[in-house]
Design a protein around this ligand. Structure first.
Ligand code: HEM
Length: 503
């Protein structure tokens, strides 16, 4: 009798789960949207984190369905995702009909965890308010003024690599470049000379690893907590560990206090945030809006520099060096340009000189085509959205992904797309392509606010290394580069091991 009851319960639960998933997995079929058959229980994300990198999965789906309509259906576990592949629709979602897609989703718990209320995840009016305030801090004039926070770290970067090279030719360049970008970000955004290139500063380097290492769970948390925010808040789940939060809140808090006491007027990001907190506007920038930002806003926005800027910049520099190691002719041409442009400057590379390096610009653009940290742009529908010239409606609350990774490798726009070829980015070649087939920093009002600063960091980092070192392949690093499926960032299988020799 008891056995029968137990069997009945087990059968009922199994049947309920089966029908629940079946109903969920019929979502795109019912709407006549092309999609890949999902598999229980991960939907179309099977293998991500173990055998496949998310960018490869999305690129495969794109290739399979491109040309079959502007939208492809994808399931993240049971959540339907509208994957956009059509350039005109991308333009509308990111720019023309932006009001329908103002938010990105993501977990925000401003009260309990102030660091989560940063620009990347903020929503609606709060996002508009903060974005508007911060835009002044990222103007071209401010970028030029903040260039010293980057160039100041050049000598330490060269010394760090030189020291490593005296011990062994073979270096994990990403590990060293992380320290270069950590030192830049902590100086510009936290007002802290962390000196991780000169001395070991385990705390900040450890925090970096805790967030960005392939086995870090932060990005999985990003999707799970964003999908179930009420449960996450009820269970008092934290997005960042207490150690991370305490570190940033204490460091930034005490630096603000001492700057306010001493009247420090360095031209950096932290000081601009302090001005926004104290008077609602930034020195020298016109603004009609005088509302001030709060102390917690300052903390979260200085933290986003680290969160969104440190690993993205250091991966881009390291990937550039990896491709240059495998393309000696490109490396030589680039070194010739760098030496030629800097012959009047001793050890330094000035802001103006960096802008004149057109071939460097081409090289970095090509790297960002092949490997952008933001290869999938994320949006959430704020209201029902009728897709023009189709019968489809993207409903309010639906998740929308834009497959830049698929577009960046589409032969329709890029001949021989798997080949590293900076010649694609001459003015003549750019003019031959449609505008929206290249967007490594996203597009529209929600595009990367740190783009100019990131490009300065990346170009300065690459130019500094190529000016001083010859880079060659090392057998430990696999080539062509294949992304580590366990990583959510741009980590190649086998790491970033390369050989360096002083020039
Ligand atoms: C090579 C380095 C970088 C790459 C490839 C990159 C790429 C991106 C991409 C693709 C997005 C999403 C855009 C969209 O959805 O349309 C984004 C957003 C963002 N990035 Fe970057 N980024 C880089 C560096 C930085 C740096 C240095 C900062 C420093 C402040 C930064 C801050 C942000 C912020 C705050 C957002 C969210 C903007 C908003 O929602 O208003 N990023 N980035």
């Amino acid at each position: 009798m008891i056995v029968n009851i137990l069997l009945y319960i087990v059968f009922s639960i199994a049947a309920a789960i089966y029908f629940y998933f079946k109903r969920k997995y019929n979502y795109f079929k019912d709407r006549g949207i092309p999609h890949i058959k999902p598999k229980f229980p991960m939907g179309n994300l099977q293998g991500i984190g173990s055998t496949d990198h998310i960018f490869d999965v999305v690129c495969d789906v794109y290739n399979k369905f491109k040309g079959k309509g502007p939208i492809i259906g994808l399931y993240s576990v049971t959540t339907p995702i509208y994957l956009i592949t059509d350039l005109e629709l991308i333009k509308k979602i990111t720019i023309g009909d932006f009001n329908y897609f103002i938010n990105r989703g993501g977990f925000v718990n401003e009260k309990e965890e102030p660091l989560t209320a940063h620009l990347f995840t903020l929503r609606d009016d709060k996002w508009r308010f903060i974005r508007n305030k911060l835009s002044a801090a990222f103007s071209s004039g401010k970028m030029k003024a903040m260039y010293f926070t980057i160039s100041d770290k050049g000598r330490d970067y060269v010394e760090l690599v030189s020291k490593a090279v005296t011990k062994t030719k073979s270096i994990d360049i990403k590990e060293l470049t992380n320290r270069f970008t950590i030192d830049i970000v902590s100086s510009v955004a936290f007002g802290m000379e962390s000196n991780t290139m000169k001395y070991q500063h385990p705390e900040l380097v450890n925090i970096f690893h805790e967030i960005f290492d392939p086995d870090a769970t932060l990005f999985q948390k990003f999707f799970i907590m964003a999908s179930f925010p009420r449960i996450a808040k009820a269970l008092k789940l934290r997005f960042f560990s207490k150690q991370i939060s305490d570190f940033f809140m204490n460091v930034v808090g005490s630096n603000i206090e001492s700057r306010e006491k001493l009247g420090d007027n360095r031209q950096d990001f932290l000081n601009m945030l302090i001005q926004l907190k104290n008077k609602g506007s930034i020195d020298g920038e016109f603004s009609t809006e005088t509302r001030k930002i709060s102390m917690n806003d300052v903390m979260a926005q200085s933290f986003v520099f680290f969160f969104a800027g440190a690993d993205t910049s250091s991966s881009t520099i390291s990937l550039t060096l990896a491709e240059l190691a495998h393309h000696t002719e490109v490396q030589e041409k680039l070194r010739t340009e760098i030496l030629e442009k800097t012959k009047e400057e001793k050890d330094e590379i000035s802001y103006e000189t960096l802008q004149e390096m057109t071939y460097l610009n081409q090289v970095v653009n090509e790297i960002l085509r092949m490997y952008s940290s933001g290869s999938i742009l994320i949006r959430q529908a704020a209201k029902d959205y009728k897709v023009e010239n189709t019968k489809h409606i993207i409903p309010k609350g639906a998740d929308v992904w834009i497959s830049m990774i698929g577009i960046h490798y589409d032969e329709k726009y890029w001949k021989n797309p798997y080949k590293f070829d900076p010649e694609r980015f001459t003015q003549e070649e750019i003019a031959k392509r449609p505008n929206y087939c290249y967007a490594p920093f996203g597009d529209g009002p929600r595009a990367c606010i740190g783009m100019q600063y990131a490009l300065l960091t990346v170009k300065f980092g690459v130019a500094t290394i190529i000016k001083n070192f010859k880079v060659t392949p090392n057998s430990k690093m696999k080539y062509p580069i294949k992304l580590n499926p366990k990583a959510t960032n741009l980590e190649p299988i086998g790491g970033y091991q390369l050989d360096f020799e002083k020039v």
